[in-house]
Ligand binder design. Structure first.
Ligand code: GSH
Length: 207
């Protein structure tokens, strides 16, 4: 039995693939190309009614969606992989905090950067809306940058939160801006690119 990951190159299924690989859990990848809006088809809406990637089909055949929930479910099902800090520790709380921060404070603004016309309507100014959303994402990355306490990880040891924050910081703000303002985020992403198991997956998406 194998998991099925729905996603595409450069999307948040990268973190999901890395988590599965770190847990030594085999998976198949179904490409849902955003370039041709494959996520918007009625066929894909049966997998995720929001018509967004990623999605994960569990070994039971149940499909779950929402990138952060998918990652937490993988950690839950593969406890020996230690993808999260131990339960009831302050480190666990911080890892959950930053995962939810990315899912709720960052990901929705990324949609505005990518598809501003969805939010402006015909009378609005999509370019201005995009710029404002990009500023919001940059502000949130600066908050994250301040929070990175480990060297190079978010906390004292590698966890799912590192995979997730590194993945979501690849978008919206521009490489040059990131290099100038977010050295700790960039070191963290580089450390994932160098991990023996996650590294090749990361480089396939973002190399
Ligand atoms: N809340 C969702 C957001 C997923 C999301 O926005 N995915 C993007 C790709 S990174 C997408 O499918 N965009 C295509 C679209 O919105 O049409 C999650 O966390 O999984």
């Amino acid at each position: 039995l194998r998991y099925i990951v729905y996603g595409t190159k450069g999307s948040s299924n990268c973190a999901i693939e890395c988590a599965l690989a770190e847990a030594r859990a085999p998976y198949d990848l179904v490409d849902v190309s955003l370039d041709i809006n494959a996520q918007l088809t009625d066929e894909f809406a049966r997998i995720n009614p929001t018509r967004k990637i990623p999605a994960l089909c569990l070994l039971s055949g149940h499909v779950i969606t929402e990138s952060a929930a998918i990652l937490l479910t993988i950690a839950d099902r593969h406890p020996r992989a230690r993808l999260l800090p131990r339960s009831r520790t302050p480190e666990r709380a911080q890892a959950l905090r930053w995962m939810v921060f990315m899912a709720s404070e960052v990901y929705p603004a990324v949609e505005i950067v990518d598809y501003p016309e969805r939010f402006t309507g015909r009378s609005g100014h999509p370019e201005e809306t995009r710029d404002l959303a990009r500023e919001r994402v940059r502000n949130r990355f600066l908050i994250l940058e301040q929070a990175i306490a480990g060297e190079p990880w978010l906390g004292p040891a590698f966890s799912l939160a590192d995979l997730y924050v590194a993945n979501l910081t690849r978008w919206s703000v521009g490489k040059e801006w990131r290099a100038e303002h977010c050295p700790k985020i960039e070191r963290l992403a580089q450390a994932i690119a160098e991990r023996p198991v996650s590294g090749p997956i990361w480089r396939r998406h973002f190399g």
